[in-house]
Design a protein around this ligand. Structure first.
Ligand code: 1CP
Length: 345
């Protein structure tokens, strides 16, 4: 196994740790903005292998990250199920809303693989083009997060409609969650067959679920997905990101057989290192630290590296790189992590 990222997910504690960043491809990079301006739209970028490969490779060329993440979006799954998805300039995603059984009946996974074939082609090309020591990460959104976008018709602060539907009509909501979960299983298995060497599941809105609902809508569907993918692909490492779940991360790790968890910015790494079961930890520098940059960013980074030294750790942010981030600051961060040697602070 030549990739430091995969070695770490397999349980080795490497110093310095491997590094990649969520949303490492995207709007903070001038070369992304240039290519994006030429594409017809954001989804066009995701469904054109030539362009998606190029965008995935941009941050690898600049920074030599230990892993490349497929350039796509979590909302290609609803799109493939027949729920119309559009990305409106400056407004984010807009989806056809699904709020009842009539809406649900319009969706089907019959055309899933045909619709997502360009994504599989992107992965095949990437595996050929990436250096052997750069791991290729495939991904999908978790059912709770994806279904929430479908019920809301887009992004939201509180996901009020989705949470209300889950309580008012749990049978309908549960059918939507199951459909997304089943589609996600098929999608992730196909990603592995096309060359993904690890998978990440993004449950970006797990944090809005109260403890009484967390198990049902976050833990249960993710357990189903991870178990099923590992049944056919036992060696594929899987990282989950139940963002905002706080102390419920522990229950999550005890219940879902993941190889790693991505920590959001709410965690003190001291707490995580003491309290969380021994899975690989990924994270969790605050993306805002890269906006202010400077020595404070490096001090936070040193603290994090010191606290997690000695256990399997993949350096990352607590959420995605923000569009106003200066690409030179990312370079400074990567150089710092790569030259890190344990010390006291
Ligand atoms: O205008 C543009 O160019 C589009 C901006 C953009 C990009 C670069 C979107 C729209 N998606 C992406 C790529 C993307 N999305 C990746 C691959 C790139 C990488 O990580 O390097 C990944 C893994 C995602 C995942 C994603 N999409 C999540 C989960 C992760 C997270 O950040 O919490 C979510 C919630 C989405 C939905 C989405 N897609 C795009 C936007 C702006 C949003 C958020 C919408 C909202 O809730 O307001």
């Amino acid at each position: 196994m030549s990739s430091r990222f995969l070695q770490t997910l397999a349980g080795e504690a490497l110093s310095p740790p491997p590094i990649w960043l969520m949303r490492q491809a995207g709007r903070y990079l001038p070369e992304y903005r240039e290519l994006r301006a030429q594409a017809k739209g954001f989804l066009d970028l995701c469904y054109t292998p030539e362009l998606a490969v190029e965008v995935t490779l941009q941050p690898i060329r600049r920074y030599g990250f230990d892993a490349a993440i497929l350039f796509s979006d979590i909302l290609v799954v609803p799109d493939a199920l027949g729920c119309d998805v559009r990305f409106v300039e400056g407004e984010g995603p807009k989806l056809e809303t699904i709020r009842d059984s009539a809406g649900l009946s319009r969706l089907s996974k019959a055309g899933l693989h045909e619709h997502l074939a360009p994504v599989y082609e992107t992965l095949r090309r990437l595996r050929r083009e990436l250096p052997d020591d750069t791991a290729l990460i495939g991904f999908a959104g978790a059912p709770w997060t994806v279904a929430s976008y479908m019920v809301e018709g887009g992004g939201s602060k509180e996901f009020q409609e989705a949470r209300t539907l889950a309580r008012r009509d749990p049978v309908c909501f549960s059918a939507l969650i199951d459909l997304v979960a089943e589609a996600t299983i098929d999608y992730l298995k196909a990603q592995v067959e096309a060359g993904a060497q690890a998978l990440q599941l993004f449950d970006s809105w797990a944090g809005v679920l109260p403890p009484s609902e967390f198990h049902r809508w976050c833990v249960r569907p993710l357990k189903m997905i991870v178990t099923s993918v590992k049944e056919t692909h036992p060696d594929i490492p899987i990282i989950a990101f139940p963002r905002g779940a706080g102390v419920k991360y522990r229950h999550f790790i005890e219940s879902v057989p993941v190889d790693g968890v991505s920590l959001d910015t709410s965690f003190s790494v001291d707490w995580a290192a003491d309290q969380l079961p021994k899975v690989c930890l990924q994270g969790n520098l605050d993306p805002i630290a890269l906006l202010s940059g400077g020595d404070e960013m490096l001090n936070d980074t040193r603290h994090l590296l010191n606290k997690l030294a000695g256990r399997p750790h993949i350096f990352n942010l607590g959420h995605g790189v923000l569009p106003p981030t200066n690409p030179d600051t990312v370079k400074r961060l990567v150089d710092f992590v790569r030259s890190y040697r344990p010390s006291s602070d």
